[in-house]
Design a protein around this ligand. Sequence first.
Ligand SMILES: [Cu+2]
Length: 310
Amino acid sequence: MNAGGRLVAYAAGVAVAFAGAFGIAAAVVPATAAETWQETDMNEHAGMTTAPEVQSEALPGLSSSSRGYVLAAVQAPEVPAVDGELRFEIRNQQGVPLTDYATAHEKQLHLIVVRSDGQEFRHVHPVLDMQTGVWSAPWVWAQAGTYRVYADFTPKSAQSPGITLTTTVHVAGEFRPVASAPSSHAVVDDFEVALEGELVPGRASELTLSVTRAGEPVTTLEPYLGAFGHLVALREGDLAYLHVHADGDAAKAGESSGPEITFMAEAPTAGRYLLYLDFQVDGDVHTAAFVVDSTDVDPGDAADEESHAH
Ligand SMILES: [Cu+2]
């Protein structure tokens, strides 16, 4: 399998909810592995085992335009610690701000913002002004730096997976980049989250995230945007983007889950990946961050194993 063109992650055993991350990628990812982020019939997709694979080097979340849609007119406070707004438009093929969106995972648009070093991750849901087509959210930067902004959405007219557009925003001031280091354990608020499993280039593998609080397993994970967990994976360096939901249809209001959330994931290449898990407990959403190195299986190791076996 050619690992070059894909960044795949999906929920174990269940059809998966993909972000517009795979805007282009309905064609890139086998339908068995990828569920679009639209509210679609899981079974229908599960049956699509013969989707053609199209050769493409393009990963989602690397361009401000896709399929005729453009992320434009992005405005945000220019320095940290100033109250303001983050505003932008999605323009269609005619250059007109788009106002017709399909709802995907309870929202018409998902906005992810992260600093170029992987710090300061945010996942928010701006409000659309139907008159002007301008999306906005109250915004304050905590830190200076260069940020990537990702808009994930599905045009209502598009009979296709969602789209992820991205652009860069600079926030003036002293920028102290934080060097990443592999980390499979996160502390967020009063929770601890442990990540188990490996990210293998070009091959799906299971990632399990376990949530504890004061050493006790948390079994009261709540549905958030229709799933018990949302995972964003970014490839360090180019910040190619993928947003995954732990499951497509299992999380209903009033249900709870935990302490484990399982995803299937496949890295497009060897390299370092930044993972962000959103989960909800007691009505509050928390984000746990991880850094995972995806390494090719060394053919030498396999040979060693074989020789031991003999
Ligand atoms: Cu969202």
